[in-house]
Design a protein around this ligand. Structure first.
Ligand SMILES: Nc1ncnc2c1ncn2[C@@H]1O[C@H](COP(=O)(O)OP(=O)(O)OP(=O)(O)O)[C@@H](O)[C@H]1O
Length: 338
């Protein structure tokens, strides 16, 4: 398997990690954001909930009749709103991250994957899906509600098992993986969800620390890494707050910190900005973009047309369980918002 992933063998000795092994060694790897810039945007420029929400005008002109862009349509299909008018325009590709070479061992590989839920035996949620996602890629997964986006992500994290075909993550065939090995797989995958999934009776610090405690990290490592990652997401001043004392955007930054504290090579995000208004979403997307530029592979399901159109990353579009488009630096396409 690609060296990008730590092997399960190495994980067995994680308990001996030294405290100097902190998130700080991640920051210098960020090519397009200097340490100062990072601090500035995390502490000053990341919008807070005090910012007047930007009206999402882009959604007003979504045609009622939804047209599905197919693989046969030309690249660069019309984008409804120019990136320059978007709150995400600062993440547009004027200064794009280097194109990621699709060579070597994919981080995620689907080979003819079909997923059938027992409750819907005649309607596969995913039908003969094949794809490869390489280390360092940032991939948006788009499509109508019910097209299979969450199912695809849940196969990557092995919350679901494919009915047929192969799902290979970290060089391991998840369709053959024994249940006892799943926790080791999950250590290598950070997850961020629409509903944050924070523990309400734990502070910000404790929520993030808990992720490390669960995998047996020594206290010295926790004490070093948790404040570091909270600084990275701009929440150093809030570490003793409880989730209900934070805005939605701040809560989502906690969940990003929790996902990243173990520095997994793969980040899976299911509608991470779905509960946030565009101005707040921008702060989360800046974070995820920075994390990706530092080398982490990001796979994100989203309905956010404006974000996808602005960021021009790879786009995989699903329709009724099929991939209908896989486009480098793609746009959202003409999908309904629902
Ligand atoms: N637990 C389940 N049992 C049965 N069918 C399910 C289950 N979860 C999802 N499905 C079905 O699988 C299909 C794909 O669902 P999925 O949640 O992956 O879509 P999605 O694109 O993520 O939708 P959304 O954008 O609304 O989150 C849908 O037809 C859905 O009804």
């Amino acid at each position: 398997m690609a060296s990008h992933f730590r092997s399960t063998e190495r994980q067995g000795s994680e308990g001996v990690e030294q405290p100097q092994d902190t998130m700080s060694d991640m920051a210098p790897q960020v090519e397009s954001v200097s340490a100062d810039d990072t601090g500035a945007f995390l502490t000053a420029s990341v919008p807070t909930d005090d910012v007047i929400p930007v009206q999402d005008e882009s959604r007003a002109d979504i045609p009622e009749e939804v047209h599905v862009v197919t693989a046969s349509e030309p690249e660069g299909a019309p984008v409804e709103q120019p990136a320059s008018q978007s709150v995400y325009s600062s993440l547009a590709s004027d200064d794009p991250a280097p194109a990621v070479p699709r060579t070597g061992t994919p981080t995620v590989s689907f080979k003819n994957v079909t997923l059938i839920y027992p409750a819907q035996p005649n309607k596969p949620a995913l039908d003969d899906v094949s794809l490869d996602i390489y280390p360092g890629e940032f991939v948006f997964v788009v499509g109508h509600s019910g097209s299979g986006k969450s199912s695809l992500l849940r196969l990557i994290t092995r919350e679901l098992k494919a009915s047929s075909g192969q799902v290979i993550v970290a060089g391991q065939d998840l369709t053959k993986m024994r249940n006892k090995k799943i926790p080791y797989l999950r250590r290598q995958i950070g997850t961020v969800y629409q509903d944050f999934k924070l523990l309400p009776d734990k502070t910000v610090y404790e929520n993030v620390a808990f992720a490390l405690e669960c995998i047996g990290k020594p206290k010295s490592v926790i004490k070093a890494q948790v404040p570091e990652v909270l600084r990275l997401v701009g929440l150093a001043e809030r570490m003793n707050h409880f989730p209900d004392q934070l805005s939605g955007g701040e809560q989502q930054r906690v969940s990003v910190a929790r996902a990243m504290v173990n520095r997994p090579p793969l980040l899976v995000c299911d509608e991470p900005t779905g509960n946030l208004d565009p101005a707040i979403s921008l702060g989360i997307m800046k974070l995820l973009d920075m994390i990706n530029r530092a080398g982490t592979t990001v796979v994100m399901a989203t309905h956010d047309r404006e974000m996808v159109d602005s960021m021009r990353k790879r786009v995989i579009a699903l329709e009724a369980g099929h991939i209908v488009r896989d486009q480098e630096r793609g746009g959202y396409g003409y999908y309904g918002a629902l």
